[in-house]
Design a protein around this ligand. Structure first.
Ligand code: COA
Length: 163
């Protein structure tokens, strides 16, 4: 059955917690955060992720939660101060290749466009080739910007899409 995507609201915080912790458990090398840090967070932390400058989207297939993506509004001190940021992108392994990921990107891009952003950017680790391939297919382009993670052992690249 085809995937659907819906925007979460603060009362969905338990759903958000569940899918985010599963993402961190299943793909520990793909994200800035860690399961150990986030598993101990309380309700106020999860509710606090909903704000006027964020949009959180969940993918479902037949009522099961299969993915997550977050849009974050542009910040003046960010690498591209006009661009919205796509983060926390994850699709459960059994649903990869199902186009759930495309729907999540479409949702974040649509939100970014509606909120007046000219671009969406994201950071992707060099050693997550499936994610990089997916983003390229979804329309993101390489930029010249790179950075290393806190251990300085892994490189991330900034990808950008005009919306
Ligand atoms: C990134 C993610 C959301 C993409 O969703 P997906 O459903 O896997 O994406 P798709 O299957 O539609 O596209 C993946 C592409 O990578 C290709 N691919 C698969 N394995 C690959 C590999 N090891 N190396 C390079 N490309 C690969 C696929 O063929 C496909 O390309 P195609 O559509 O041109 O054939 C998902 O893989 C995921 O959740 N990964 C773990 C978390 C993660 O890395 N998140 C990104 C954080 S920036």
């Amino acid at each position: 059955m085809a995937a659907t995507v819906r925007r979460l609201d603060p009362d969905d915080w338990r759903m958000l917690r569940s899918v985010r912790l599963e993402a961190l458990r299943e793909s520990p090398k793909s994200f800035g955060g860690s399961h150990a840090e986030e598993v101990s967070q309380d309700e106020s932390y999860w509710r606090g992720l909903f704000s006027p400058s964020t949009a959180l989207f969940q993918a479902q297939i037949e009522g099961d939660s299969v993915g997550l993506a977050v849009g974050i509004a542009a910040r003046p001190d960010d690498v591209d101060p006009e661009a919205a940021h796509l983060g926390s992108m994850w699709v459960a392994p059994a649903s990869r290749g199902s186009r759930a990921a495309d729907l999540l990107v479409t949702a974040v891009v649509g939100w970014a466009r509606e909120t007046g952003h000219p671009r969406v950017v994201l950071w992707v680790f060099d050693d997550t080739p499936r994610a990089a391939a997916f983003y390229r297919r979804a329309g993101f382009k390489e930029t010249s910007r790179t950075r290393t993670d806190d251990t300085r052992s892994r490189t991330m690249r900034l990808l950008s899409m005009t919306v």
